[in-house]
Ligand binder design. Structure first.
Ligand SMILES: [Zn+2]
Length: 169
């Protein structure tokens, strides 16, 4: 076992520890129902609580490659990630009635680049803003079937947008 220098406030994943984001991509068929978008660089899916209700309107954009932090992205990945944050935000606004979206990327526990884009509903009371958003008791939530249906809407919204902005040659 190699001793590693620790940087304050940041925890390295041990060699033996599994990266949850790499694991998600290894079991990609489990994400098929919640798939929103995928290409050779990124995978976008709606979050899903296997047990109980799920906040409606929260997608995870994750790099396919195990890359530790935003500074480690290639220029191509960086450009694609920026575009996907915007396109996911548009799809969430179009499909959920969100007023705008939150985008979070802490990369604290799992150092594998991912950005969570979440619908910020206009009716949300002020006490639940920012990181308290998921504590909002009256937030729009849904069971598995509703999450799958919203994922389908987001997927078709994003693919329709792609066809209008990037016509096939
Ligand atoms: Zn990983």
């Amino acid at each position: 076992m190699v001793a590693r220098a620790k940087s304050p406030g940041r925890r390295e994943i041990a060699e033996t520890e599994v990266c949850m984001f790499c694991e998600r991509l290894r079991n990609i068929s489990a994400l098929a129902d919640c798939l929103v978008y995928e290409d050779e660089l990124f995978h976008v899916s709606h979050q899903l609580n296997e047990e109980g209700q799920t906040y409606l309107g929260s997608v995870i954009i994750q790099a396919r490659r195990h890359v530790h932090d935003l500074a480690g992205l290639t220029e191509e990945e960086a450009a694609r990630l920026g575009s996907l944050i915007t396109r996911s935000s548009r799809a969430l606004k179009n499909c959920t009635g969100a007023g705008w979206t939150y985008a979070e990327s802490f990369l604290e526990r799992y150092q594998h680049v991912h950005v969570i884009v979440t619908a910020r509903y206009p009716s949300m009371p002020k006490e639940y803003i920012r990181l308290a958003i998921r504590k909002w008791p009256d937030a729009p939530r849904g069971a598995h079937a509703e999450v799958v249906e919203l994922s389908r809407k987001l997927r078709s919204n994003m693919s329709a947008e792609k066809e209008t902005t990037q016509p096939r040659s």
